[in-house]
Design a protein around this ligand. Structure first.
Ligand code: NDP
Ligand code: 8X3
Length: 255
C-alpha cells in the first residue's frame, strides 16, 4: 500500500487514532501535516517518523475549534505544503457520561465545537482545492455512537451522528469532482479517549476496557490506510469496525 508523493493532513495527530494514522501513512511513504494543540507531542512524532521512515512532515499547532485560526493557518501553510491529497478528520472527544438532564453545558459546547464545527472548519478550508484539482480523499472518523444512541451518550452520540450526516453530505455535494469520502465508525478503541471523557479519572477510564480486547488505534489506522490506498475509482464510503467482543454500543462480552 503506497502513498508516495501524497500529502496527508491529519487532525488530532498527537495521540490515539490520529497518531497511529500518522505512523501507517508514514510507513506507506506519505508526507504528513500533523495538526493538534499539543505541539511538543507533534514535534516528537515528526522526529520519530523522520528517523523510522525518512518521513517529511510539517507540524501545525491547531485548535480546530478556532474558526479564524483554522482558516488562516491553513491558508498560510508554506508553498510546499499547500496541496493536500488526503484529509483525515480525526480530532474529536467525548466529555462526560451523564443523563441529559444532568449534563454539563460546558462539556456539550466542547464536543459540539470540536467534533462538528471543527471538522467543518478544516473541511471548508481544504475541500475547495480538491474540487479545483478534481481529486482528493476525505476520511471522517465518526463512531458507532453516530449509529446508535446509548444511555448517557446523548450529546456525544449526536455529534457523531452529525459527522455521519456530514460524510454523506460531502460525498453528495462533491459528486462529479472525483472526491472520495470515507466515514469510519469504530467501536471501543483503547486510547486517551476515556481519560478525556472522564476528565482525567484514570481508574474509571481503565475500567472501560477491562475484561475484553478493545481495538487498538493501529487497528483503526490500518482501515484508514486501506481506504486511502484503493484505486482512484473506488470509494470505501462507510465502515464499521468493532472489537470482536463488542456486538453493539452496549452489548460487550467481558471475561
Ligand atoms: P485521543 O484522546 O487519544 O486523541 C484525540 C486527539 O484529538 C488528540 O490528538 C487531540 O490532540 C485531538 N484534539 C482534541 N481536541 C482538539 C482540538 N480542539 N483541536 C485539535 N485537536 C484536538 O482519542 P482517540 O484517538 O480515541 O479519538 C480520535 C477520534 O476517534 C475522535 O474523533 C473520537 O471521537 C473517535 N473515536 C474514538 C473511539 C474510541 O473508543 N477511542 C471510538 C470511536 C471513535 P490535542 O489534545 O493535542 O489537541
Ligand atoms: C467512542 C466509542 O462507544 O464510547 O466513540 O461511544 S463509544
Amino acid at each position: 500500500m503506497n502513498l508516495r508523493d501524497t500529502t496527508v493532513f491529519i487532525t488530532g495527530a498527537s495521540a490515539g487514532i490520529g497518531y497511529a494514522c500518522a505512523e501507517v501513512c508514514a510507513e506507506a511513504g506519505a508526507r504528513l501535516i500533523l495538526a493538534a494543540r499539543r505541539t511538543e507531542r507533534l514535534i516528537a512524532l515528526s522526529s520519530t517518523l523522520r528517523n523510522r521512515f525518512g518521513t517529511e512532515s510539517y507540524v501545525l499547532t491547531l485548535d480546530v475549534r478556532q474558526r479564524y485560526d483554522v482558516a488562516s493557518r491553513i491558508a498560510d501553510l508554506p508553498d510546499a505544503w499547500q496541496t493536500v491529497d488526503i484529509l483525515i478528520n480525526n480530532a474529536g472527544l467525548s466529555r462526560g457520561l451523564e443523563p441529559l438532564y444532568e449534563g454539563s453545558i460546558d462539556d456539550w459546547e466542547e464536543m459540539i465545537d470540536t467534533n462538528i464545527k471543527g471538522l467543518l472548519y478544516v473541511t471548508r478550508a481544504l475541500l475547495p482545492q480538491m474540487i479545483e484539482r478534481r481529486s482528493g480523499t476525505i476520511i471522517n472518523i465518526a463512531s458507532i455512537a453516530g449509529r446508535e444512541v446509548y444511555p448517557k451518550g446523548n450529546v456525544y452520540c449526536a455529534t457523531k451522528s452529525a459527522v455521519r450526516s456530514l460524510s454523506q453530505a460531502i460525498y453528495r455535494d462533491t459528486n462529479g469532482y472525483n472526491i472520495r469520502v470515507c466515514n469510519i465508525d469504530p467501536g471501543m478503541v483503547e486510547t486517551e479517549f476515556s481519560e478525556v471523557r472522564f476528565h482525567g479519572d484514570t481508574a474509571r477510564a481503565q475500567a472501560v476496557y477491562q475484561g475484553l480486547t478493545p481495538l487498538s488505534a493501529r487497528d483503526v489506522a490500518d482501515v484508514v490506510l486501506f481506504c486511502c490506498t484503493r484505486p482512484p475509482h473506488v470509494t470505501v464510503h462507510d465502515v464499521q469496525i468493532m472489537p470482536t467482543a463488542q456486538a453493539s454500543a452496549t452489548l460487550v462480552y467481558r471475561q
